[in-house]
Design a protein around this ligand. Structure first.
Ligand code: SAH
Length: 457
């Protein structure tokens, strides 16, 4: 076997042009075809870069000089953008972000799926692409003898204090800041990671956008929280919309935020939110989409693409807490949801009951195992909807879908490279790709969501 020659060397400088962006917002340049990833570099920019790390099949570089800058480059609004790493494309105008997301989908379909002329619509963006997250998750710690609450500095475990985060709600910024002050005042020690000492590890604030109800979860190392009654009193009197305060205990030395034990310290075990006129109950541990405005948009598109008249049997694979399932159930005869996490299915069933749906059924298990079993039992789907994690659908599920031959397949995707791979299988199996609609669920970040409609050819 001939050994491939790597055409770049560490610490050497190269003039390159950025061709595309990776899923985490890095610019991609090629030196003799060899990909180099460069932070803070946009498509079309011509730069001089220094190679910082070389791997077998790719390298990383740092932009040193810009010869041609992109017309889409803007000054990031957030003061801590560079240190934080939570957002990746704030240096790109919002219009530019939407275009980049569209182009990425087109490129993946071409390069990975060999789909040349797909009808990929312009990305649906947000009217106001800031303050869109309904959930804030903030680590607490000490720095210079003071309580700090913010985010881990990129690639480190040092916590940087944060007064404001552009993509989180104002109210959650305020609650986090109040918590920081109360910790100081009421002598609630923040967690010390290196010694595994202290009390408060994380604060999680969740807000129902429609209902304005707020849930605060305190993740602690210990069961006891000093002055907890005073803490609760102060929080609730300052923020009357707090309907629930929970404690989760995590005594372990770990990067995982939650421990196994959760209890309610104040108020209700749930807060509620609403999407598409459907109420969802949210508990401290339950999954709920973080951008409810765009979730409504994306999932409504999925329902539109399902083209339901009220008589259809629909399968919703990877159904999570049943958000899409319930959206579909408003228009279908019967919807079957399947999801691997038992707690999510419990939430899905509760949400179906809460809203009086009688045409939904849920199963715990792998989509690739449950769906063949349904079909085996004589259930014939008219439409199949899938919303898999980043790795896409299991190949055997795609084959099962082709055998079941529903009239329509709606594919909701959070990774257009695996979407492209799976679409190729479905197209080869006899489906026609009608349309792909990217929806911007995570402005300022490089994440891309889209929904594709396939019809039996
Ligand atoms: N539409 C859902 C979210 C889908 S995210 C909602 O709105 O709630 C993808 C989901 O697929 C996750 O909940 C994950 O737990 C689940 N999952 C992952 N692999 C799976 C598999 N093989 N079979 C079924 N579900 C799976």
């Amino acid at each position: 076997m001939t050994k491939k020659i790597v055409p770049v060397q560490k610490n050497e400088y190269y003039d390159v042009k950025i061709e595309s962006l990776t899923h985490d917002g890095l610019g991609v340049a090629r030196v003799d075809g060899f990909p180099v990833f460069v932070a803070n570099a946009l498509v079309g920019e011509e730069i001089n870069m220094k190679v910082t790390l070389v791997k077998k099949t790719y390298a990383f570089g740092r932009a040193v000089d810009y010869f041609v800058t992109s017309g889409e480059r803007v000054k990031p609004e957030c003061g801590i953008y560079k240190q934080c790493g939570g957002c990746q494309v704030q240096h790109l105008s919002y219009e530019g972000q939407l275009k980049m997301k569209h182009d990425t989908v087109v490129n993946h379909l071409k390069r990975i799926g060999h789909i040349e002329d797909a009808n990929v619509l312009p990305t649906i963006g947000m009217q106001n692409p800031s303050r869109y997250r309904n959930k804030t998750q903030v680590p607490f710690g000490y720095a210079d003898g003071k309580v700090v609450a913010g985010f881990y500095q990129k690639r480190s475990h040092e916590i940087i204090n944060m007064q404001s985060c552009l993509i989180q709600t104002d109210i959650s910024d305020q609650i986090v800041e109040t918590m920081r002050q109360l910790c100081q005042e009421l002598e609630i020690d923040p967690y010390n990671e290196s010694l595994n000492l202290g009390v408060l590890r994380h604060v999680i604030v969740r807000v129902g956008f429609k209902t304005e109800e707020i849930m605060v979860t305190l993740v602690t190392r210990t069961h006891e929280i000093p002055n907890s009654e005073l803490l609760i009193q102060r929080l609730v009197s300052k923020y009357p919309k707090i309907k629930s305060i929970a404690q989760n205990v995590n005594p372990k030395v770990t990067n995982v935020i939650f421990g196994d034990e959760t209890r309610i310290l104040y108020g209700e075990p749930y807060i509620y939110d609403e999407m598409n006129g459907i109420r969802f109950a949210i508990s401290p541990r339950s999954f709920y989409q973080v951008n409810p405005i765009q979730t409504e948009t994306l999932y409504s598109k999925a329902v539109e693409y399902a083209q339901l008249s009220g008589n259809e049997i629909v399968f919703d694979a990877y159904c999570g807490i049943g958000t899409i399932t319930l959206f579909l159930a408003q228009h279908a005869k019967q919807v079957y949801g399947v999801e691997i996490i038992p707690e999510a299915i419990e939430d899905a069933k509760m949400n179906a009951r809460l809203n009086g749906f009688e045409n939904t059924q849920f199963a715990v298990g792998k989509s690739e195992e449950i769906i063949p079993a349904w079909i085996e039992n004589g259930i014939v789907p008219d439409v199949i909807v899938v919303d898999p994690p980043r790795k896409g659908c299991d190949r055997s599920l795609l084959d099962t879908m082709l055998e079941a031959a529903p009239d329509r397949i709606v594919y909701v995707s959070c990774d257009s490279s695996t979407l492209a791979r799976d679409l190729r299988v479905l197209i080869d199996g006899g489906y026609k790709l009608e349309v792909v609609q990217p929806v911007d669920m995570f402005p300022q970040t490089a994440h891309i969501e889209c929904v594709a409609k396939l019809v039996r050819a």
